[in-house]
Design a protein around this ligand. Structure first.
Ligand SMILES: [Zn+2]
Length: 406
């Protein structure tokens, strides 16, 4: 029996998009839902009061970072992450698998797990299905993820199959390690860009009674159209009556297209990572506040937005804060960008419920056409020549590390 009680309220005609509800240990959630990323038990630059104000309901936190610092013993002492960070809404934790995959050196993957060197103190750690789940239990997340082996989506069939089979064995060990904990758990479908492997992965994982399924192994090297195709191939195979999660994706357009293909849950660092670079999502695309054109601009950031940033501060002030690299600029743009994402999710949901999703999708696709160049790329490499990471303070594998075109 699913621990989330997922129930579909409406499905969009001519689409796999659906609006649903599910119940966590910290309240009922409505879908589609976007989760801001709170890697280090904080969504960067924002307080939990800010998060409530912008409309965040559920957060993602990263097991890999939190097991190294502050450590599961601190969460055990506080009775979990909710009290520790003063957030009373649900939290989903990833397993650390993606972060391990992202480590350029110092890792060895065996049947037992992934052995790696801590970036905090240099000590060696073993991240196994059992240790990942033990840490996620100490963190006390509402939804835990199984440990998986992530490989680039461009690997050979043989390599993708090997990683997928290991992922299935780790999924069973993760499930067994949960025991009678009331925390929900999602399996992660792997299989890179091979349709036969995706099918085998769904078959193997749906034999285990998980509470939901993530579409894994995407946004790691494939093209945008491959990502959309393999999202759809996977969601068509997954059970209709359980939640589906696309990890680390993405831009507003990516999310809209994934909802159309049957995804319910999302997370991405994009709203805050772009805010740090001085970029705001606006009605017609994106605005780069660093541009000199805004030096004397007295108007609001986005005339169509009623967030606390748009109603109180001019483009000129946001331009100045951004140019001066002031943390307040990051904060004010994070507030606006998260309001933009949450408002979009609310609009998507409303359009599914009232039967107008197809029209909404068409309108948005037209408005955002050509403005979607910041599609996040989850990569094992920290940087690529000619590209920059928007957040040089982001530790490797910060879910999901972005590499953006300059
Ligand atoms: Zn705004």
């Amino acid at each position: 029996m699913s621990r989330l009680g997922f129930r579909i309220e409406a499905e969009a005609p001519g689409s796999q998009a659906r609006a649903a509800r599910f119940t966590t240990l910290h309240g009922e959630m409505i879908t589609p839902i976007f989760q801001p990323v709170g890697t280090q038990a904080t969504v960067k630059a924002l307080t939990v009061e800010d998060l409530r104000e912008v409309g965040s309901r559920m957060l993602l936190a990263n097991t890999y970072h939190l097991m190294l610092r502050p450590g599961p013993e601190v969460f055990a002492k506080f009775g979990g992450i909710h009290r520790f960070m003063n957030w009373d809404g649900p939290i989903l934790t990833d397993s650390g698998g993606f972060q391990i995959f992202s480590l350029p050196h110092s890792r060895a993957i065996t049947e037992a797990g992934a052995r790696f060197q801590s970036y905090v103190d240099g000590k060696m750690h073993l991240l196994s299905p059992e240790t990942s789940i033990a840490v996620q239990k100490a963190i006390g997340s509402d939804v835990m993820m199984v440990l998986d082996q992530c490989v680039p989506s461009t690997v050979s069939h043989a390599e993708a199959e090997r990683a997928m089979l290991l992922t299935h064995r780790w999924a069973k060990r993760s499930f067994d390690a949960r025991g009678d904990s009331p925390q929900a758990m999602f399996g992660i479908v792997q299989g890179a860009c091979y349709e036969d492997l995706r099918k085998r992965s769904v078959d193997a994982l749906t034999a285990i009674p998980f509470d939901g399924y993530a579409v894994g192994g995407l946004a790691v090297g494939e093209t945008k159209s491959e990502r959309e195709d393999f999202t759809e191939i996977t969601t068509r195979l997954l059970p209709r009556d359980l939640p589906r999660y696309l990890m680390g994706v993405g831009t507003p357009l990516d999310i809209l297209e994934a909802v159309h293909r049957g995804i319910d849950l999302f997370d991405c660092i994009l709203p805050s990572a772009l805010a740090k670079r001085g970029t705001a999502f606006v009605s017609r695309g994106k605005m780069q506040l660093r541009r000199t054109a805004y030096k004397f601009a007295d108007e609001a950031l986005d005339a169509n937005c009623d967030c606390s940033t748009c109603t109180r501060y001019s483009r000129a002030y946001l331009h100045h804060l951004t140019k001066a690299d002031e943390v307040l600029g990051w904060k004010l743009l994070s507030i606006h960008n998260l309001v933009f994402y949450h408002r979009m999710m609310a609009e998507i949901r409303a359009s599914i419920l009232d039967g107008t999703f197809a029209a909404y999708r068409a309108t948005r696709r037209e408005a955002w056409a050509g403005t979607d160049e910041d599609t996040p790329v989850r990569t094992g490499k920290r940087r690529r020549p000619g590209r920059i990471s928007p957040d040089s303070s982001v530790n490797v594998g910060d879910h999901a590390e972005l590499v953006l075109s300059t």
